[in-house]
Design a protein around this ligand. Structure first.
Ligand code: AHR
Length: 627
């Protein structure tokens, strides 16, 4: 192939092209990136979290050690009204207590320190202390400590434990040291080593693998979780900030429970820690209306927040902007942010309103109320509207029409399509009208019929991102979805990163995201590919994009080859390169069903007429150092 890069035909492109989509699906939050090791710490699980599953309740993940103790759940005098349930233990013989099994066990590391805390009270006034132990599944003790004496009123007790060894299926045990009745709530165990050392923080290994993508933004809390299943299930950011014991847990529509320990403060802090722009998505005053997918009991147009309540709902969104960006001296929400530990603003610039909503009158009316108010009061905030998912016959066209009429500056579109779709729709964004809104591709992935993720899907996604990069004057942001999935706790596949309590398993597609995120550019150079083959289907399987990173001056060349054969190429870089330059070559390749491939890196030199054999089934990124 002859690939000619036009140095004099360049355009500025988005510097926020690669971001991440975080949704609490597949146990991404509790039991996932949120580092809490105790499951159901607040005794708030309810059968309604899981379609009235009788095996899912306040005692789930807890058990008594033997018959010398009885375990009840009460609600008469909780620590906080948002956290109604607590455990009451009646100990008949000292030595008996309660065990928590964690999320599929508790993973402990040798010599690591763990912060334990619990709210407790002695109901019958007896001066009990609590022995706290870390155990393996056979009951061997790996760490032990004792709290101070319990008092008659709720009091938080804290202690540090050290594990004397590695345990992958551990337990936490609480043994009251006096007979009688005690109450417990918010039983917590956190590794001290969290991402960036944050209290109430994120699992270090998982957060790091996300940070390694160098995402320029983080979208949260969903997906469907953002708009919820029914009005009562809409995600309200105010329920997720402040002291953990006062946060309002909620049913997760993916069939489990959200403790909200990972709440808006933690999301924003993570963004600040990794230098990514926060992108909260709020419901557009309507919950998920796709009754088939979301099993919504009402469905359709009746699903909106009543109009008389919309004023308060819009105010909540304005309060979010103040909470994130406002001055703590003059605004009470900003003061809450400062009191929580972040006096500097979080620099919120993007807010998504709605997620894949049915573009009904109910939606439009509520969306407009929110959009117009934000636009008037905070003109610098970019509101991202929703087109609904792209597919034949979907609401996508209508979503664009409405957003265009209202003057929405950016639109979130979603699609999960086959590799063939991506190959045959490479001009998807070339066809978009530049005078309309910018695009945020908020959810996409290549889906095979068996939902596998491998070289075939990864190369398809690389091809799609190459095509998007050519259009990144208009497509401002993209995020693959979903991001995280805990093994054996997965409701959706494929996902970008799989994990269990001990291991992180990035997919092949993860490396595509990372190759784009780490090696991003802000100037795009046009290129032409001449591939001497009669069949267009063959020609379509080789693609190139060349960008420049303005900060370093480096040129980044990307080449995708979806053919089973190598392609001998001459890449002409006239005007970009005068003499031979040093470069780093990163190549991801393998057979289409290879689900283990990782990029291989080599140092090379590149000249202005550069010969490159593009390997079969491969994605190459060549970073030429400041030529
Ligand atoms: O990414 C998984 C789900 O797909 C999201 O929650 C939803 O927005 C979409 O339907």
């Amino acid at each position: 192939a002859n690939i000619t890069v036009q140095a004099n035909e360049s355009k500025a492109i988005s510097d926020k092209l690669i971001g991440i989509f975080f949704e609490d699906i597949n146990y991404a939050a509790d039991g996932g990136i949120y580092a809490e090791l105790v499951q159901n710490r607040g005794f708030e699980y309810q059968p309604t979290d899981r379609k009235n599953d009788p095996n899912w309740h306040s005692k789930t993940a807890w058990k008594t050690t033997n018959n010398d103790v009885s375990f009840a759940i009460e609600t008469a005098s909780p620590i906080h009204e948002n956290n109604k349930h607590y455990a009451v233990l009646t100990v008949n013989k000292v030595g008996a207590g309660l065990q928590n099994e964690g999320f599929d066990g508790i993973s402990l590391k040798a010599n690591a320190k763990y912060d334990f805390s619990v709210f407790a009270k002695a109901i019958d006034g007896k001066d009990a202390r609590l022995k706290i132990r870390l155990l393996d599944e056979h009951g061997t003790v790996y760490g032990e400590t004792t709290t101070g004496a319990l008092t008659e009123n709720w009091k938080k007790h804290e202690a540090v434990l050290v594990s004397k060894g590695d345990v992958s299926n551990g337990r936490l045990e609480i043994i009251p040291q006096a007979e009688g009745k005690i109450a417990l709530d918010m039983v917590s165990l956190f590794p001290q080593e969290t991402f960036n050392g944050r209290k109430n923080g994120l699992r270090r290994d998982l957060a790091q693998v996300l940070a390694d993508i160098k995402p320029r933004f983080v979208r949260f809390p969903g997906g469907c979780v953002a708009h919820g299943q029914g009005i009562e299930n809409i995600y309200h950011w105010k329920n997720t900030i402040g002291p953990l014991e006062a946060r309002k847990p909620q049913r997760n529509l993916w069939g489990y429970h959200q403790s909200m320990g990972l709440g808006y403060y933690e999301y924003f802090q993570f963004c600040a820690d990794i230098g990514a722009a926060p992108m909260p998505i709020v419901a557009a005053g309507v919950p998920c209306q796709n009754s088939e997918k979301c099993d919504h009991p009402i469905g359709g147009q009746q699903g909106g927040i009543p109009l008389e309540d919309m004023g308060a709902y819009v105010q909540d969104i304005l309060d979010l902007i103040e909470w994130a960006n406002g001055d703590p001296k003059t605004n009470k929400w900003a003061k809450m942010r400062a009191d929580a530990g972040h006096p500097e603003p979080f620099n919120l610039k993007y807010i998504g309103v709605g997620n894949e909503d049915l573009i009904s009158e109910v939606f439009i009316e509520r969306f407009q109320m929110i959009f117009d108010t934000i636009k008037e009061k905070y003109p610098d905030i970019v509101v991202i509207g929703t087109s609904g998912p792209w597919s034949e016959g979907s609401d996508y066209e209508r979503g664009w029409e409405v957003a265009t009429d209202l003057g929405v500056p950016m639109i979130d579109e979603h699609y999960y399509q086959t590799p063939g779709w991506y190959i045959h729709n490479q001009d998807f964004y070339d066809r978009y009208d530049r005078s309309k809104a910018k695009v945020y591709v908020g959810e996409y992935a290549a889906h095979l019929p068996n939902r596998a993720t491998n070289i075939e899907t990864a190369l398809t996604e690389a091809l799609h991102l190459i095509n998007i990069e050519r259009n990144a004057d208009m497509v401002s942001m993209t995020s693959y979805a979903p991001l995280l999935a805990k093994e054996k706790r997965t409701q959706w596949s494929p996902d970008l990163i799989y994990f269990n309590n001990d291991e992180i398993k990035p997919t092949v597609g993860y490396y595509v995201q990372k190759l784009f995120g780490v090696h991003a550019g802000n100037e795009y150079f046009a290129n032409q590919i001449e591939l001497n083959h009669a069949d267009e289907a063959v020609r379509k399987r080789v693609a190139c994009s060349v960008v420049k990173d303005g900060e370093s001056g480096d040129i980044i060349i990307r080449l995708a080859n979806l053919l089973p054969v190598g392609v001998s190429s001459k890449v002409t870089l006239d005007g970009l390169l005068t003499e031979t330059a040093k470069a780093t070559k990163m190549v991801l390749s393998g057979q289409p069903d290879d689900d283990k491939a990782q990029p291989v890196t080599a140092e090379i030199t590149v000249e202005k007429d550069w010969a490159y054999e593009i390997p079969p089934y491969s994605f190459s990124v060549i970073r030429v150092s400041n030529p």
